[in-house]
Design a protein. Structure first.
Length: 127
């Protein structure tokens, strides 16, 4: 069983939640554990989270871009193939929770499935 993971938005460092967390970028020492109820964000105390795929967006865009660049050579078939690859990766990747306010990501928690996807109206409140 893998431990739940938290990622610092500022420096991108990830740590398991059963470790003593203190981020080198923001210097906020937090002692977190897997028994957290997540009624509020442990980093910024915001009470709203959204569900997202734990996947590198740049990689996903690169896959589609490569398919688009190959369109003239493959008469459009590359878009179908690369879109299928992108879809299969999307189905296989697990969900993560993210805080609207500080954008911290929380991976490996059961409550993620209960969250709604990203909502632009809610995000506008915190920007």
């Amino acid at each position: 069983m893998s431990l739940p993971i938290i990622e610092c938005e500022k420096c991108g460092e990830t740590k398991a939640l059963e470790q003593d967390l203190s981020c080198a970028a923001c210097l906020k020492p937090e002692h977190l554990n897997a028994n957290m109820d997540f009624s509020v964000c442990p980093v910024c105390s915001c009470g709203q989270f959204y569900r997202k795929k734990d996947f590198n967006q740049a990689l996903g865009c690169s896959i589609i871009l490569i398919g688009a660049l190959l369109v003239p050579l493959t008469y459009g078939l590359s878009m179908v193939v690369f879109a299928l690859v992108d879809y299969l990766l999307y189905r296989r990747i697990k969900d993560a929770a993210a805080c609207y306010k500080c954008r911290s990501e929380f991976k490996g928690f059961g409550f993620v499935k209960k969250l709604e996807p990203f909502n632009h109206q809610v995000a506008d409140i915190y920007e």
